[in-house]
Every structure is written in C-alpha cells, then in structure tokens.
Design a protein around this ligand. Structure first.
Ligand code: SF4
Ligand code: SF4
Length: 417
C-alpha cells in the first residue's frame, strides 16, 4: 500500500489543481471521476454484494407503513415517527414532479425561471457577500464559495427507475448546466441532542433535519440567484460528492472519518450545493489543526462497530468500487458502513457522536479546547476530552424526557438543539 510520503507535497500530474496543495487531497494520474451507480445506496439496488432483504427493509422503513418499530429503546413507534417526519421534506421536495420517487439521491425539479437579464450586484467580492448573506437568511448555518471543479462531478448519474432486474445500470450524464463557474457550499447543522442518542432510529432524525433544511435552503438560494438573472442549479446528492467542495470552500478540514470538521459544529453537519455562473470570489481552504489531531486520535475508528474507518495513514487504494479511485486520503469502507446501517434498520453516526470536535463551541471552554487541539499541545486536548467531555450514547428515553420536562413555553431560545 502506498502511504503518505510528505505533507501537502504532490507531483503535478494531469489531474492536479493548484488548490490541492491547500486541501491536502493528493490526486494521482489514475484518478477517475466517481459514478453515482457505485455509491453504496445505489449499489444496494443492483449489486449482489450489497443487495439484501435488510437493505430493502432499511429504505422502506423511512415510509411509516413499512417501518418496523420494536421494543428496544430508540426503536419504538414514537422514534420512527419523528425520524421519518424529519426526513419528510427532503424526500417530498424531490417528488413534486410527476413520475418521481428516487428519494434523497435524486435531482431537484423546483427550479423556476428567474429574471431575464443579469443584474449588477458589484464585483465578485461584493457579489459573494450578497450571496452569503442571502444563504444565511434562507436557513444555512455555514456558507462558502469554491470554484467549479469538474473532478467532483459524477462521470455518470444513476436512476433507479431505469433499472432492469439483474442489469448493471446504464450511463446517464449529470444534468448540471454547461458553463458553471462556482459552487456555493451550504451547511446545515444536525441537532446535538438527537446525535447524542446514536445509535437509534430516533437519532436518524438529526440527519433528516439536516437534509430537509438543506433542501429548502439550497432551492431557495438557487432561485434567489436566478431572480438576479444568472444560472443557478441546486444540488444535493445528484451531481457529485459534497465533501471536496466543502473543503475547497474553506468550511473545514478533511478528517479521518471521511467527513469535514468545521470550527463551528465539528462534523455534525450536512452539506448541499448551488452551482452558478454568477461571478463570485472563491474562499480559500482553512487549516486549524484537524489533520494533526486526527493522526493522534482514533476515537471514530475505535468506536465504529463494523471497523469501517481507517486506523492507519492516508492511502491511495480504494477499499471497493464505492470509493473514488486515485486520491490519497483517509477512506471509509462504505460497504461495511452500509451493511451496519441495514443491520440496525436505521442510519448510524457514531463517528460523529464520539468525535472530540462534536461540541457547540458556544462557550469559552469549547473555544479554548479548539485552540489547544490545534496547537502542539493536542495530546493534552485529547486527554481533556477523554476526562471531561462525555461522548457516550444517551438513551432515547433521556431525549424524550428532557424535551417534555416542565416546560411552560416552547421556543428555540428555551430549547437547545
Ligand atoms: S456511520 Fe457508523 S458504521 Fe459508518 S463509519 Fe461512522 S461509525 Fe462506522
Ligand atoms: S474522532 Fe478523532 S480521529 Fe476521528 S475524525 Fe474526530 S478528531 Fe479525527
């Protein structure tokens, strides 16, 4: 196995872009753009390696009549009811047009005609500020801008409805319009209190809320840009991976768990994107010590039940077809991860719950800890996290009890997410 030879050093090749020196992704000559048919969710519909009765049950359980509540805490009717309600908007928005039903991997059909000529909103720096302010107002918790990078556009799209039994899906080009110059990356935080109840069906509500909020924000932001006379295309999982764009847009650093750790929410976030031809100013990748901290800390890989997260160095070899070929990075084994989800009949975010960066950062202690974690005293930061910050799972019953305890008034000010 090829291991990382030196930090941020890369031999230029035809797939290299200048930004790779700042993101730390090391792209080699054999890099291939990912195909959507190869992600674990798509494969579970056509590839015998991931097809199973459990996989079918897993997807169906997001529709209430097919959910299978059971006695265990966190898997009861109330828990599935809230989880599925949290996902409801993310799924429904994609099914507005007739004949749709591909779920959260599908493209949006909610783009409407905007203004008929480009409105001047200032130079690229000013235009970026306008767009970012609009994004926050429309519901984003984080926003950044990256230049369009064709390496992160799927080679082929996957459409379940065109699949024939026993057939490998046929290629379909992504719908992304020509001429996109920038990608606006939006982040929606997942509630910390729900994340604490992982693993449980209830905790799946955290991702559902993130996805539903994302869907609303990115469609609205795309429409705002279209209303200014520019092309804009809202995208969630239908055009390519979000993670590289989130790193390039300066929202956070890539981590051992294969997620982006942000200074504001750790990795407890969902990302979505709006592609546009509006002239914008791209942000720069940031560094606040995550890579070095991850080299020391292995909480996610130690706690991952199917051992899907790398314990060693970044490597270039993919585990299987669900990984992108030709990038040296920490890579999660998506087959193992997905099979575990199916065995639980709900999604898992243990790697997010146990991460030392999984904090609110709304108090001086968390912010001081973040500085320490990014300094040469990171070993002390890890020890402090072990000693004083419990990332152990809470029972779903705790969540329901907390929520229902002695409240006279219910508002987002009095109830922390
Ligand atoms: S989601 Fe769960 S199974 Fe998947 S990598 Fe994270 S801890 Fe492991
Ligand atoms: S748990 Fe530790 S190793 Fe894993 S992503 Fe978080 S900081 Fe990195």
């Amino acid at each position: 196995m090829k291991t990382e030879q030196a930090e941020n050093v890369q031999e230029p090749n035809r797939n290299f872009r200048a930004i790779d020196s700042a993101t730390g992704f090391r792209i080699s000559d054999d890099f291939e753009r990912f195909s959507q048919k190869n992600d674990a969710f798509s494969r579970s519909t056509w590839d015998p390696v991931l097809q199973s009765k459990k996989a079918t049950n897993f997807f169906q359980a997001y529709l209430m009549p097919h959910s299978k509540p059971r006695k265990g805490e966190g898997y009861q009717h109330l828990d599935y009811a809230l989880r599925n309600a949290a996902w409801h908007m993310a799924t429904t928005i994609r099914q507005i047009a007739p004949g749709r039903g591909e779920g959260f991997q599908d493209y949006f059909t909610a783009h409407e005609e905007g203004w008929n000529e480009e409105v001047d909103v200032g130079n690229p720096e000013q235009a970026s500020k306008v767009v970012k302010n609009a994004a926050i107002m429309l519901g984003a918790d984080l926003v950044g801008v990256a230049e369009y990078d064709e390496r992160w556009t799927y080679q082929e799209r996957f459409r379940r409805s065109t699949l024939k039994p026993g057939q490998i899906p046929t290629a379909e080009a992504p719908d992304l319009p020509e001429g996109m110059t920038h990608c606006i990356v939006l982040g929606s935080q997942m509630p910390l209190s729900l994340n604490r109840t992982v693993p449980s069906a209830l905790s799946g509500g955290a991702s559902g809320i993130g996805y539903s909020q994302d869907a609303s924000t990115c469609i609205s932001l795309a429409q705002f840009i279209r209303n200014l006379g520019y092309e804009a295309y809202a995208s969630m999982n239908d055009t390519g991976p979000s993670i590289p764009y989130a790193v390039q847009a300066g929202l956070g650093e890539y981590s051992r768990a294969g997620l982006v750790i942000t200074p504001e929410f750790g990795s407890r976030l969902r990302f979505t994107r709006v592609f546009t031809n509006m002239p914008l100013q791209a942000d720069q990748p940031i560094e606040f010590g995550v890579k070095k901290f991850c080299e020391l800390c292995r909480k996610c890989s130690n706690e991952c039940p199917p051992q899907a997260i790398a314990k060693g160095d970044a490597v270039s070899e993919p585990h299987n077809t669900s990984n992108t070929k030709g990038i040296t990075k920490w890579t999660t084994n998506a087959e193992k991860c997905f099979k575990f989800w199916c065995s639980q009949n709900t999604e898992c975010s243990i790697c997010i719950r146990v991460c030392p960066y999984n904090r609110t950062f709304n108090n001086i202690f968390d912010r001081a800890w973040r500085r320490l974690a990014g300094s040469p005293l990171r070993r002390l930061a890890l020890w402090l996290d072990d000693k004083f910050n419990s990332h152990t799972a809470k029972k779903a019953g705790w969540w329901w009890k907390e929520r229902n305890a002695n409240k006279q008034r219910y508002s987002s000010i009095t109830i922390e997410k």
